[in-house]
Design a protein around this ligand. Structure first.
Ligand code: CA
Ligand code: CA
Ligand code: CA
Ligand code: CA
Length: 403
């Protein structure tokens, strides 16, 4: 019985004490009752408060042991983008740090303490879409320590993203300047293809205009089979541009790939560049003329000329060969003179318009001499095949048909 009364007495005293404290508190601080931090409790990564990207969080650290965890998700674009973390320091004595974790709760970045009253700004390139962010303060800060936090994607991925592998290379248009950019850890693959004709070589100029002062751009080149073309990679110093001439065959079965990347770490993101691939139209109109069956047919006197875009290779598919076919009527004499640079030529002949021609001579040097074939009782078809000894060889032939 005694024990019960004593217990009741204690309980009553506590109630009175409690009630009087509330009355005292309310009478002194009627209009400034501390608002509740709506994100609490969030003191460990497992109880991180879920927040959408690009939401302004107004919160505070209650004391030196308080930490605030947030979980951001829902920003999946699948593209490498720039994540921006902005903390506005609302307390002159508070000194904050931010820790960033990936979706597996592994730490991936730490934004260092920047000083009392100082804001934090942090950017990182990422293609992830879920993060945990921890806000904590230094012991010496005064509490409560107010802050506003925003975590948002900058949406700076260019229109060709995602193109970080050759398998996901983006088709790049010819003769058009496009604005592109690189982020940290980014590489950009482009597929270059010319569908205007089938199997015609041409020269194309790749132009990269560097819009930064610190990026050291580089381009490497890959063939239609996605194998790197040896010796074509080009590297430029910080802030420099790149211009490179390449040779490519047109048609659906042909392509080249470009890989654009930077050799220097980027001081500012995104690192912009303009890219353009200009077709030079250096090949003759009679292309494709790479076999005797597709030779340019010549039936009239005159001067004819062309360019062997790509030099001779052991694989005829890998070089530009230019065939012309001269029809010489019965009783006519063919007189011709060949000029040019970086070319040799083969001569074939046939008495059948469509028959396989026989070889007359191979790898003739361009000597500028005038040569005359005598008249025949038959129609004769002469074939001249011009082959480059260097890229962009040129040839010309002056033809006369005499009685
Ligand atoms: Ca907290
Ligand atoms: Ca990219
Ligand atoms: Ca040609
Ligand atoms: Ca040709």
């Amino acid at each position: 019985m005694k024990q019960t009364n004593l217990f009741r007495l204690c309980g009553l005293s506590a109630t009175i004490l409690c009630a009087s404290s509330i009355i005292l508190f309310n009478s002194c601080k009627k209009d400034s009752a501390p608002p509740k931090d709506e994100y609490e409790p969030n003191n460990s990564i497992t109880e991180a408060s879920p927040v959408a990207f690009n939401t302004k969080i107004d919160a505070w650290l209650t004391n030196k042991d308080d930490v605030d965890f947030y979980k951001f998700s829902g920003g999946a674009s699948g593209k490498l983008d720039m994540l921006k973390i902005t903390l506005s320091n609302g307390s002159p004595d508070a000194n904050f740090t931010i820790t960033v974790y990936n979706q597996n709760k592994e730490e991936i970045a730490q934004v260092p303490y920047a000083g009392s009253g100082v804001n934090l700004n942090y950017e990182m390139a990422t293609s992830e879409s879920e993060f945990y962010v921890k806000v904590s303060g230094k012991d010496a800060s005064s509490y409560p320590a107010d802050y506003s936090l925003t975590v948002a994607f900058a949406n700076v991925a260019d229109k060709f993203e995602p193109n970080n592998t050759i398998a996901t290379a983006s088709a790049f248009p010819l003769n058009k300047v496009e604005a592109c950019n690189l982020l940290t850890g980014d590489v950009d693959f482009y597929k270059i293809q010319d569908l205007s004709k089938e199997n015609v070589w041409d020269a194309y100029e790749v132009r990269l205009v560097n819009k930064t002062t610190d990026m050291s751009p580089a381009i490497s080149f890959f063939d239609a089979n996605k194998a790197e073309i040896e010796g074509l990679e080009i590297i430029a110093g910080p802030g420099r541009d790149i211009t490179k001439q390449i040779f490519m065959k047109s048609g659906a079965g042909n392509a080249q790939y470009l890989k654009v990347y930077t050799l220097s770490p980027l001081e500012t993101m995104p690192a912009g560049y303009e890219l353009e691939v200009v077709k030079k139209n250096l090949n003759e109109a009679s292309e494709p003329n790479d076999t005797y069956a597709t030779a340019q047919v010549i039936t009239a006197a005159g001067t004819y000329q062309g360019t062997t875009i790509k030099k001779l290779s052991s694989n005829p598919q890998d070089c530009d060969i230019d065939f012309i076919k001269i029809m010489v009527p019965a009783g006519k004499i063919l007189r011709y003179k060949i000029g040019g640079t970086n070319v040799k030529y083969d001569i074939y002949y046939s008495t059948s318009e469509t028959g396989t021609p026989g070889i007359h001579s191979e790898n003739n040097d361009v000597d500028g001499w005038t040569t005359t074939w005598g008249a025949s009782n038959y129609v004769f078809y002469y074939y001249y095949a011009f082959k480059g000894t260097a890229d962009l060889g040129t040839w010309s032939i002056e033809i006369n048909l005499l009685d």
